[in-house]
Unconditional design. Structure first.
Length: 116
């Protein structure tokens, strides 16, 4: 996928999410869970490239940063828990899609259980 809109549309295929533009810069689309408003993806253009900020478990984030040149600590985010992926680099689209799902799962609302 090559365009910002295509990546936003992919994020929207996850259940119970919406697209938000909370910043003064309309370049930044934030993909959020409707139930808890937590962000799981930031889709934006920077330096002539299309980027996605995605939440990631720290161990996986470290592994991926060693494996891919176009994946780095999250731009304007917590560097331990967020990655920035530059689209069109060496991270395959299928891997990016998997990282979107991983971020979605990490940020989705927790199911409350009550003792009987």
């Amino acid at each position: 996928m090559d365009t910002k809109k295509e990546w936003i549309n992919y994020c929207l295929t996850r259940g119970g999410v919406y697209e938000d533009y909370p910043f003064d810069d309309p370049n930044w689309a934030v993909m959020r869970h409707a139930a808890n408003r937590k962000a799981f993806a930031f889709v934006y253009e920077r330096g002539g490239g299309l980027c996605l900020n995605l939440k990631c478990s720290p161990a996986l984030a470290d592994f991926l940063r060693r494996q891919y040149k176009s994946l780095a600590p999250g731009y304007h985010m917590n560097k331990e828990h967020w990655n920035t992926v530059t689209v069109g680099g060496d991270v395959p689209d299928d891997e990016i899609k998997g990282l979107i799902v991983h971020s979605y799962e990490l940020t989705k609302p927790k199911i409350k259980t009550y003792p009987k």
